[in-house]
Write a new protein. Structure first.
Length: 340
């Protein structure tokens, strides 16, 4: 999730753990620990783009790093706040829980998290929530602001607010998983009825909400891409087909970035030409306003012959093409209305 959400959620957990003993310092420790895994942004200062894609949410989001960082933070906090009645074990459990929850929540979106680094490069992604979902973030955000302005001694009110922030965001995650189960059930039925064969498949929410879902199903030849709303009345849906075009990779088969990109994409990729540039698309990040333009470019497009142009490859196309018209089209498509 975004950094602000992690900070707000961590502050709520800090208040729950030691708000009585430490006051607002407990919120500060919680916010810090929830943010620690994102220290991997420093890798971007010396790594090339393709390597940084794999480093991001890699080792710093692993179980091993969770234990190491939890121990270091526990030792620092235990020493910093002496004298106190909080054992080193409690500090350790607190900090490791915070870091683990960061890693756990990040696994709910489509980027993938390296829980098992450095022993395995397998990435975990549940594809159940968009990376920036205001309907998830608003609850810990409200709770964080309330806790920030409540005066010392208001322990009962503070307890209500941290429970509200943690509880509502937890319920929303469960709701997202329920939505995904409904969508997956519909999509698999539709694919079977349309006799679309596939060896790879995933669904993930379209931007900023959890009711309209982006769908990809296909194999080594190509992928069928479409959008399905929980409020669609039609029992069918339309797909746009994108050939994989592996043959286009022959001239750059020894390209230093190519194999990293394939590994990062989990094989969900296509190749095409944008003008005279050979482009690698990672389908997992969706299309640029795809609900409005089914043939639109993919958000993640990497210029294989011009690596210097790929500095913001994940973010580059995320909100390209957004305007009042396409935003209204998103709302209408969420409501189950077909965009024409």
């Amino acid at each position: 999730m975004d950094s602000i959400t992690h900070i707000a959620l961590g502050a709520c957990m800090g208040e729950a753990f030691a708000g009585k003993q430490l006051g607002r310092k407990a919120m500060l420790w919680g916010a810090l620990a929830q943010s620690i895994p994102d220290i991997d942004f420093l890798a971007s200062f010396w790594m090339d783009t393709s390597s940084n894609l794999l480093a991001h949410r890699g080792f710093t989001h692993s179980f091993l790093f969770c234990l190491i960082s939890g121990l270091i933070l526990a030792l620092l906090a235990e020493r910093w706040h002496r004298p106190h009645n909080i054992s080193l074990l409690k500090w350790f459990l607190f900090f490791t829980s915070l870091v683990f929850i960061h890693d756990f929540i990040d696994a709910f979106n489509n980027y993938g998290v390296g829980w098992f680094e450095p022993f395995s490069h397998k990435r975990i992604s549940f594809n159940a929530i968009y990376v920036a979902d205001p309907f998830f973030s608003i609850w810990p955000g409200i709770a964080f602001l309330a806790l920030l302005f409540l005066k010392a001694g208001k322990d009962q009110q503070k307890r209500i607010w941290w429970r509200f922030g943690i509880g509502m965001s937890s319920l929303y995650l469960i709701y997202c998983l329920f939505n995904k189960a409904v969508i997956d059930n519909d999509i698999r039925r539709i694919l079977e009825e349309k006799k679309i064969s596939y060896t790879r498949y995933f669904t993930t929410p379209a931007p900023l909400q959890n009711w309209l879902w982006y769908v990809v199903a296909g194999d080594n030849k190509g992928y069928h891409v479409g959008f399905r709303s929980l409020f669609d009345n039609s029992k069918s849906m339309e797909f746009q087909y994108f050939p994989r075009n592996d043959s286009l990779l022959k001239p750059v088969i020894d390209h230093p970035d190519l194999h990293k990109l394939i590994r990062f994409s989990k094989q969900f990729y296509t190749v095409e030409h944008h003008g005279d540039s050979l482009v690698f698309n990672d389908l997992r990040f969706g299309q640029i306003v795809g609900w409005y333009n089914p043939k639109g470019k993919f958000v993640f497009h990497y210029y294989l012959q011009h690596p210097e142009d790929n500095e913001l490859v994940v973010q580059r196309g995320r909100f390209d093409g957004w305007n009042i018209q396409t935003a209204k089209a998103l709302i209408e498509r969420v409501k189950g209305n077909q965009v024409k």
